[in-house]
Design a protein. Structure first.
Length: 257
């Protein structure tokens, strides 16, 4: 943490993720120094959200001297808690020599996941040895953090993923009253990203240069007038501000005209 103390957390490794994530709760617990860094993130079903800050942190093994320094983007939520996983009748069948060296001895108990280590460090952490437990498809995989638990037990996944980010998770609660055509596009964050993409497409389609090299731009407009809102006071204020600047700067006025 900020004072050099060690705090235990539960992490997952994801080779498909291009970046690392840390939960906002855990970043606050560590009192991390975060810097502003807006990053659009593509998620499941072509959904989008934004990470607004990132921070550096050092991750150490619970049982050995291994450690790595990674840069993480901060999200309100990464994935859901692990689903409770009942011990099989025959036990987990984990060798006694291996059991003390599990990276997460409580892998079968629900607990918040506060860290996601992405593909940049995934293969540096993972090693080659594996142990099949003959319990569902549960496998122990050796890593620099000691033995990781992977796989699923019958139809019960050891990791129950949800959409990355609290924004999309909250939007799913309203899906029952939303038409399929709006799926994945109802949150404010997703709407912004969708509008940005439409704006880029509009710019590519309608922007050109005249003979003097000046850009000719057709401004995009909303299709539904009721969504525009009350903008006249703001627009008027901006117009008067521009007019005032042009009155005091002849060169700018000539360029503007």
């Amino acid at each position: 943490d900020k004072n050099g103390g060690r705090r235990q957390c539960r992490a997952i490794l994801d080779s498909d993720s291009q970046i690392n994530f840390v939960s906002k709760r855990y970043a606050n617990l560590l009192q991390l120094t975060c810097k502003k860094s807006l990053l659009p993130i593509s998620c499941i079903e072509d959904n989008w959200l934004r990470a607004k800050s990132c921070s550096e942190l050092k991750v150490e093994s619970r049982t050995n001297e291994f450690s790595i320094k990674i840069s993480c983007y901060v999200l309100p939520n990464i994935v859901g808690e692990l689903a409770p996983c009942s011990e099989p009748a025959g036990g987990w069948r984990i060798q006694g020599a291996v059991s003390p060296f599990l990276a997460d001895p409580d892998f079968h108990r629900p607990q918040a996941i506060d860290l996601l280590i992405g593909g940049g460090s995934f293969f540096d952490v993972l090693e080659t040895k594996k142990i099949t437990l003959n319990t569902g498809s549960v496998t122990l995989h050796e890593s620099c953090f000691e033995w990781l638990v992977t796989g699923e037990l019958s139809n019960q996944h050891l990791l129950t993923p949800i959409s990355i980010g609290q924004t999309i998770e909250e939007d799913w609660k309203a899906l029952s009253s939303i038409e399929n055509g709006s799926y994945g596009r109802v949150s404010k964050a997703n709407k912004r990203c969708q509008e940005e993409q439409e704006t880029i497409q509009h710019f590519k389609q309608y922007t050109m240069r005249d003979e003097e090299g000046r850009f000719i731009v057709r401004l995009p407009t909303k299709q539904v007038i009721s969504e525009i809102g009350t903008t006249l006071p703001k627009v008027t204020a901006r117009f008067l501000n521009v007019e005032k600047r042009l009155q005091h700067d002849e060169h700018l006025k000539a360029e503007y005209i």
